[in-house]
Write a protein that binds this ligand. Structure first.
Ligand code: 5AD
Ligand code: SF4
Length: 426
């Protein structure tokens, strides 16, 4: 979602007459679009601001305006100016359409500018303005905000309550993307499953699917409690829906899930995976884990490892719990030693790496459609592509043909690594 917000902001700046430059040293305006999901992301912002402060201070005859946007800006508001006095502009997550005015004010010399209001039409961003990165897949917002209240998560504070984009808007945007040449879209929201912009998410998928010219539809991200049988049916029956599901479980321990406010048990999670039926084996299933949540005992962690074994996730993203401001988990005593948290994370990630590798090896010998994601070979000589399951493919193009960017070609999978598949064009 942050990537897509950046595309929206770039578009606004271009429509106000700015153009992009290749290096910060050449820029008049620099915006850091920030994440605050974990403390590490916040550290990165302030260390980058330190670097920008130096560049700004060394500017001899030209000024430089620095802005902080996104989740950190939304949460910290004016405090950003105090902690990083080089910052001229602060803009929150739901004030994106104010960017041209804020930049104009900052540049005109009125002093520091800030807007962290929640504009009710932020999610109704005019599609024509978006300046998309040159990727094969186009991102499409369908919902902003989150109505869940996971006790560790800062997102409901930084992104606010759910706002749904009307179905007609979503369909019009996807149609126009297909006209521009995109064959793949990813529908975005903190929790796409709770979509209510005029129909359910499952119905929306059916409607998007009818758009001619579209080949693969993806979506991110889903809360297990809103993952319905209807949605599972849509995923397994609509051929255009890419066979990839990211369904964050967070923990395998019911006690920890309760403390996290996740509203399901590990059994209920497994039942939902079961909705996919036999198709599950053809799909790539990924998840998120938080390790070392307050009160996590060895037994709780073993429950997480056991869910990992049962589901045999094809991929997962795992993190050590990071205490976040304004979250209720801050009240829980967090006395687990750091080294125990790290050991658990290392063990989980090592086992996941094995499972991912195994899942890659099962693809060897198959002939699959893959989407070309590079304009030529990398330094290592292969092209980049992705399977429908969102696996990275290193594609050997032995006849040195020009491969069509963003289009599908058939490829034979010839080898597997921990992070990629090797393939050749057939
Ligand atoms: N600490 C660690 N990980 C977190 N996530 C969200 N909040 C936190 C936190 N406070 C993880 C969750 C979520 C993913 C996007 O980030 O696993 O699914
Ligand atoms: Fe955060 Fe939970 Fe909402 Fe996901 S569902 S954004 S983890 S509060």
């Amino acid at each position: 979602m942050n990537d897509h917000d950046t595309e929206k902001m770039s578009g606004l700046l271009v429509s106000s007459g700015f153009s992009s430059v290749d290096s910060v040293e050449d820029a008049d305006v620099v915006l850091l679009n920030t994440c605050s999901i974990r403390e590490k992301a916040v550290h990165k912002v302030f260390s980058e601001l330190g670097r920008l402060r130096e560049i700004k201070a060394n500017r001899a005859n030209r000024s430089m305006f620095i802005g902080v946007t996104g989740c950190l800006a939304q949460h910290e508001k004016e405090k950003i100016f105090k902690r990083a006095p080089c910052v001229d502009l602060v803009m929150g997550t739901a004030a994106i359409q104010q960017l041209p005015k804020l930049v104009a004010d900052a540049v005109s010399g009125v002093g520091r500018v800030i807007d962290t209001n929640f504009y009710p039409d932020n999610h109704l961003f005019p599609s024509v303005i978006i300046q998309r990165r040159p990727t094969a897949k186009a991102l499409v917002t369908i919902i902003e905000g989150c109505n869940h209240a996971c006790t560790y998560c800062v997102v409901p504070t930084t992104r606010g309550a759910e706002r749904h984009r009307p179905v007609a808007d979503v369909l019009a945007e996807v149609r126009s993307l297909v006209e521009q040449g995109f064959c793949e879209v990813e529908l975005l929201g903190q929790n796409v499953n709770s979509y209510q912009g005029g129909c359910t998410f499952a119905e929306l998928l059916f409607r998007v699917t009818e758009i001619e010219g579209l080949e693969w539809i993806r979506f991110t991200t889903s809360h297990p409690m809103d993952f319905t049988q209807d949605l599972a049916r849509a995923i397994v029956t609509i051929p255009k829906i890419a066979p990839f599901l990211h369904l964050p479980i967070q923990s395998g321990s019911d006690k920890i899930l309760r403390r996290m406010g996740r509203k399901y048990t590990s059994q209920e999670y497994l039942e939902r995976i079961g909705y996919l039926g036999e198709q599950r084996d053809k799909m790539c299933l990924s998840t998120d884990f938080i390790v070392g949540f307050p009160g996590e005992t060895d037994e709780d962690f073993e429950a997480t490892m056991s869910v990992l074994e049962r589901v045999r996730f094809d991929a997962s993203f795992s993190f050590i719990y990071s205490p976040r401001p304004s979250t209720s988990a801050l009240r829980l005593p967090d006395d687990l030693p750091e080294n125990v948290k790290h050991e658990r994370l290392t063990r989980l990630q090592a086992r996941q790496a094995e499972l991912t590798f195994q899942s890659h090896r099962r693809e060897v010998g198959n002939i699959l459609p893959v989407r070309i994601e590079s304009h030529g070979p990398t330094e290592l000589g292969h092209w980049l592509a992705r399977t429908a399951q969102w696996r990275n493919v290193h594609l050997e193009n032995n006849e040195n043909r020009q491969l069509p960017f963003g289009r599908l070609v058939d490829a034979r999978i010839t080898g597997a690594g921990p992070h990629w598949l090797r393939a050749e064009v057939v």
